[in-house]
Design a protein around this ligand. Structure first.
Ligand SMILES: Nc1nc2c(c(=O)[nH]1)N[C@H]1C(S)=C(S)[C@@H](COP(=O)(O)O)O[C@H]1N2
Ligand SMILES: [Mo]
Length: 314
């Protein structure tokens, strides 16, 4: 499918680059483009040639509707009910939002998120998005590669990991106090090498529009080869640290939610299988499909984990 002028919405006029790396990842060329929202996302190139064991049909999936992706959310600061989150965020007045970038870097600064997004520019990418709860979507995100931010702030040799922190404001997250024992705020972490991978991005929009509050406005992380809980929403602080950060979910249940949390069909969650997933389509029984290693981005990211035994959980 080729993008035509008709596909371009007003929000995209300021996009300086429009490329879709999602469905098959980086190795397969840049020809894929966003078509009508319910169309199959297609790519150029021949994945089977690059990886004989890989059936391209397994990775080719329809785009999730915007309606579904913005009304079925995990955002515990607001609600545990996925279909309640979009209602519970209504009272949140999203004004000026600052992002503190700190730690072992040369260019520490508290940014106005709008200025940062303007400075680094945005591009669009369609990625599969797979929750640890065994459901998935396919979402067109807009944002900038995290590696651009890393280059901007210039980490020193002491920086080994990046720690991300969400807001810690009960006036915003009206459900935070009801979750006793949760070590708020929501935090997550990546190794510097993971964060520097070109697929990792900071997202400020979806479906060509500004990011809705329920999806983590104004700026969130998206790491498409990892379970969704790694993709922290509404980030207020990014710290370059020496020690491996322990995220909220790892702190709560380390045997269930590890640090790496790479999508891996061979390693079951202690309470359910990860071998397959339901691709959400709004129906009562969405189609069940095999889960792909690294969520289908194996060729792009496997080298990051060269020393790890992928039959084990991390
Ligand atoms: N701050 C924060 N970030 C979060 C969560 C959360 O509860 N709070 N949930 C995570 C989980 S489990 C998933 S699956 C995704 C859901 O993102 P979506 O609602 O945009 O699909 O966000 C992740 N990021
Ligand atoms: Mo999730």
């Amino acid at each position: 499918m080729k993008a035509t002028e008709n596909d371009v919405t007003p929000e995209e006029i300021f996009l300086n680059r429009r490329e879709i790396l999602g469905q098959f990842g980086l190795g397969l060329g840049m020809a894929a483009t966003l078509g009508p929202l319910n169309a199959m996302a297609t790519v150029a190139g021949n994945p089977a040639k690059l990886n004989p064991k890989f059936d391209p049909k397994d990775a080719l999936r329809p785009l999730t509707s915007m309606e579904l992706a913005t009304k079925y959310n995990n955002f515990y600061e607001f609600s545990l009910e996925k279909d309640e989150v979009h209602k519970k965020v209504e009272k949140w007045k999203l004004g000026k939002w600052t992002l503190d970038i700190a730690g072992h870097i040369n260019n520490k600064k508290t940014w106005d998120v709008e200025d940062l997004v303007k400075k680094l520019g945005v591009e669009e990418r369609i990625y599969r998005f797979r929750c640890v709860e065994a459901w998935s979507m396919v979402v067109p995100w807009t944002g900038f590669p995290l590696q651009k931010l890393i280059a901007l702030v210039e980490p020193t040799s002491k920086a080994k990991y990046i720690k991300f922190t969400s807001f810690n404001d009960r006036g915003i997250g009206t459900n935070m106090d009801s979750l006793l024992g949760y070590p708020w705020p929501y935090t997550e972490g990546l190794t510097l090498a993971e964060a520097n991978h070109p697929l990792a991005m900071m997202v400020s929009g979806m479906y060509g529009k500004p990011l809705p509050k329920q999806n983590g406005a104004p700026l969130r992380l998206i790491v498409p080869w990892k379970y969704g809980f790694k993709s922290i929403k509404s980030v207020t602080k990014i710290e370059f640290v020496e020690e491996r950060p322990i995220g909220l979910w790892e702190a709560l249940a380390p045997k269930e939610y590890g640090f790496y949390a790479n999508v891996n069909p061979q390693v079951d969650h202690p309470r359910w299988s990860q071998a397959s997933e339901r691709i959400l389509d709004g129906s009562f029984f969405p189609k069940k499909v095999k889960t792909l290693m690294f969520n289908g981005y194996e060729q792009d990211v496997a080298h990051l984990y060269a020393g790890l035994d992928l039959t084990k959980n991390y």
